[in-house]
Ligand binder design. Structure first.
Ligand SMILES: [Zn+2]
Length: 63
């Protein structure tokens, strides 16, 4: 598994999915959900809510 390029924390599957979804699908370097929220100027809760929506839509980037 990859680590966050900002803080070095180990990333889980959904964090990698979130980065792909919100930043760039072709990315090979990823941000954790905390750094991603900061970059996008939203809260972690906002992102988690979005992840839940994408999951309901059947998006395979999330489990
Ligand atoms: Zn991070």
């Amino acid at each position: 598994m990859s680590a966050c390029i900002q803080c070095g924390r180990q990333l889980n599957y959904n964090e990698i999915g979130a980065h792909k979804k919100f930043i760039n699908r072709g990315s090979r370097e990823f941000l954790c959900i905390d750094c991603l929220a900061k970059k996008l100027d939203v809260t972690v809760d906002d992102i988690n809510r979005k992840i839940e929506e994408f999951k309901l839509q059947g998006c395979t980037l999330f489990v």
